[in-house]
Structures are given as C-alpha cells and as structure tokens.
Ligand binder design. Structure first.
Ligand code: FAD
Length: 417
C-alpha cells in the first residue's frame, strides 16, 4: 500500500513510525527544507506516553524530557486552588513527560529514518495540489520558498498531518479561512534555573485574562540545571480578531514584566524567570471548529490538521499521537482501507471534537476561572465559596473527556495489534 503522510511534525512522524512497526512503508512529505528543533515545551500526557512506550521510545523520551509528578493551580496571589499527582505519582502506569517539542520531533525523525531509511522523509516537499481519483490520490509538491515543482506522487492513502494551516484540510474545507482567535496571546520562552530551584511540577496561575504557566522540560545531567518552560497568557484583543501567527516570531519581553510584578511564590519568581529567559515567542491562542468529516475517499486527517485546540489541558500533541496510533492500528486490523478509515474516524473525530469545545470553555483551567470569580478578594475563604469536591469534579470530568482517567486508561485496548 502506498501511503503518503503530508507533514513531518510530531503527529506525521508518529504515524509513520506506528505504520512502520506494523509492516507498512509510508513516505512522509515535509515542507521545510531542513529539520530544525523548533518550538518550546509541550507535555505528553500518560495516554500518549503509553503509545510512545509501545513504540519502544520510553527510555529515549525520559532521557530528553522530565517526568512530571504533580500539577498545581493557584490564584494570582499564590493561594493554591487545586493540586494533583501526575504520571506515576498520579496513579498512572505511564509517566507524564514534559519535553522540548523540537527535541521530541528530532527523536521521532531519527526513529522513522532508522525504521524506514533516510528517504522515507522527503524534506522540501510542500503539498500544493491534491486530486482524488477512484481509490487513489495524486499529490503535487513544490518547494515552498521558490515555488519550484518537486513532482507528483500517487498514493493509495493520504494522511494529512500538516498542522493548523493544513493544505490537506483546506482542500475539503476551502471556505474555512484562518484559525479562530480567543484574543489571548501566549508569550512563551525558556529560562535556565539552578539545580533544585523547582521540582517536577507544573504551575498554572491566574485566570484566562492573565495567566502564568511553567514546568521543567529538561535537566542537565552534568550540573543539574533546569530548563524551565514558561508561558504568559495575556488578553490582548477581542475574541474573533485576526491573529498574527508564527512560531518563530520573537518579541520584546519588557511589556510583560510590569504585568507580573507581584507574581512570586515559593520556588517561582515570575518577573525574574521572564527577565532571565532566552527569546520570547508570541503566539495567539487559536483553534478551529470541529469538522463534520475527516475522511474523503482515500484522504484523511490527523493531529492539528484534524482538531487544532487551545493549549489548555496539555492535549495538543497527546491527542495527535493517539490519532497516529489509532489510524495505524485500524489499517493493520480492518479488512480494507475504507473500513480502516471509517473505524479510525469513528474512534477519534467526536472524541477530539469534545476536547476542542471543552478547551474553549477553559478545560481543567475552569478551576481558576471559578476561583477568580467567586473569590476576587484575597481575604475570601475559598473553601466556603468553592468547595474542594467541586474542584475535584472539574479535574475528573476533564480526564474523562480527554481520555486519561487512570483506571479507564489502564483498561483501554492497546493499539499494538
Ligand atoms: C515550528 C513549530 C513549533 C511549535 N512549537 C510549539 C510549542 O513550542 N509548544 C506547543 O505546545 N506546540 C508547538 N507547536 C504545535 C505542536 O507541535 C502541535 O500542536 C502538536 O504537536 C501537533 O502536531 P502536528 O504534527 O499535528 O502539527 P505540527 O507540529 O504543526 O506539524 C505540522 C508539520 O507539517 C508541515 N507542513 C505544513 N504545511 C505543509 C504542507 N503544505 N506540505 C508539507 N508539510 C507541511 C509543517 O512544516 C510541520 O512540520 C509547534 C508547531 C510547529 C510547526
């Protein structure tokens, strides 16, 4: 079977590796000419770490990332709202790993090339045209910068993993336009912190108009220094405004500092962390509406191309990794390609649509919204206005929606046939 995967990000490469492990020989077509470890931190939740474990990557993943042990939500004054164990400490069979996005991408690339050969990932191939035939599809590629043709390829199956600006998706939904912006800008960066300054903790503080999130993504094995990933969320425009969007758009950090002047609590001094960091990248909090259909003939979608979501609840890369494993599993076990794609879409489309919509309503960060609304005065007794049981229910509901309740996850069928 000739399988073309369009886009060599985390999801495209995980799809290729999952297929390779099951005896398929897909080819990945990636627009960029040279692989570079771009981006900053992402979290891979236990349900996706389970999949990377089944691909044989757990030790390598742990070597480049940090196993996160707990998550703490605080109000802007430092008052803790909710804390829970994560990964093994949270009762899972698999860890939660925070990692540099680019380093995970490079790890996956090396694994795909080791499994399928260096020609399995064709760089400098941007999809420019897609034609559906009867049981085949033809793909036209160009070099993105010059527009020079890079040839036409015929495939029995196309999997579009080309991200939030997917050309594959646009083919079927040409009227959709640009992603939808919440009006919140994410200012992201990393800062090196001395050994032991922060634990293996995720910090989430504030509310949707002004938030700080941070977690370690690597620890230097020689001196114990911590690479700490952070995000300052600020409401900068009305919802529905036109966003600027470029992962490599670096901005001045100075305007951030006064906004976070008093944001300090044990181990975390936000102004110092932001001031001492490397480049700051601005990115709008965007998503797209859930789609009524992913599969058209022999073409389907996965990852951000299928269900871009707000980076709330740490599910972006995680859900894409699940898509990758699901589509490979069904291709290996269904009687034919069409049935495999139908099973894949039945399993993943509505499940991920629910997460997109839940994240629009603040996902698990809803505890912060409610705390800020009911206890605007630091003197308020939070327990009296926001009972702990209600907070626990919000955390649990999100786990059920996003598929990472520890008990259900343990019981879920494996994607290794
Ligand atoms: C450069 C970059 C940096 C990022 N940094 C972060 C970050 O710091 N933190 C975070 O949480 N998330 C980040 N993300 C998003 C995150 O990687 C995704 O949300 C998640 O991992 C899902 O990945 P994906 O593979 O579906 O999409 P993506 O990671 O967006 O990968 C899509 C891939 O498709 C390629 N592509 C796009 N159009 C075409 C085309 N026409 N033809 C061929 N190839 C194409 C892109 O070059 C890219 O490699 C980043 C994405 C990118 C592309």
């Amino acid at each position: 079977m000739r399988i073309a995967i369009v886009g060599g990000g985390i999801v495209g490469l995980t799809t290729a590796l999952s297929l390779a492990r099951l005896g398929f020989t897909p080819t990945v077509y990636e627009a960029v000419r040279k692989p570079l470890p771009l981006g900053v931190g992402i979290n891979v939740l236990p349900h996706a770490v389970r999949e990377l474990t089944e691909l044989g990557l757990l030790d390598k993943l742990l070597a480049i990332g940090v196993s996160i042990e707990s998550l703490v939500y605080r109000m802007a004054d430092g008052c803790a709202v909710w804390q829970e164990g994560r990964g093994l400490s949270g009762g899972y069979d698999w860890p939660q790993v925070a990692v540099h996005r680019g380093h995970l991408q490079m790890l996956l690339l090396a694994e795909v090339q080791a499994a399928l050969g260096s020609e399995a990932v064709r760089f400098g191939h941007a999809l420019a045209g897609l034609r559906l035939g009867d049981r085949v599809a033809q793909l036209d590629f160009v070099e993105r910068e010059s527009g020079a043709p890079r040839g036409t390829v015929e495939a029995d199956l196309v999997i579009g993993t080309d991200g939030i600006h997917s050309a594959v998706r646009r083919q079927f939904y040409p009227q959709e336009g640009i992603p939808k912006w919440s009006g919140v800008s994410l200012f992201r960066g990393t800062t090196v912190l001395p050994r032991g300054q922060v634990g293996a903790l995720m910090h989430w503080t504030g509310h949707s108009r002004q938030k700080f999130a941070g977690y370690p993504i690597s620890i230097n094995p020689e001196n114990g220094e911590i690479l700490f990933n952070w995000i300052c969320d600020l409401k900068t425009a009305e919802a529905g405004s036109t966003p600027r969007e470029d992962w490599n758009h670096s901005v001045d950090r100075a305007p951030l500092l006064p906004r976070y002047e008093n944001w300090r609590w044990p181990g975390i001094d936000v102004p110092s962390i932001v001031a001492a960091g490397g480049d700051v990248f601005e990115f709008p909090m965007v998503d797209r509406d859930p789609l009524p259909r992913w599969t058209h003939g022999r073409v389907t979608l996965a990852g951000d191309a299928a269900h871009p979501m707000y980076p709330i609840g740490s599910n972006g890369a995680t859900q894409g990794i699940l898509d990758a494993r699901s589509v490979a599993f069904h291709l290996a076990t269904a009687p034919d390609i069409d049935e495999a794609l139908a099973r894949y879409e039945a399993e993943r489309r509505e499940a991920t649509s629910r997460i997109v919509l839940t994240n629009r309503a603040h996902g698990p960060d809803k505890v912060l919204e409610i705390a800020a609304a009911r206890a605007p005065d630091p003197a308020t007794d939070l327990d009296a206005v926001f009972p702990m049981a209600e907070r626990a229910q919000i955390a649990q509901d999100y786990k059920l929606i996003a598929g990472f309740d520890p008990v259900l996850l343990r019981q879920r069928r494996s994607y290794t046939p």
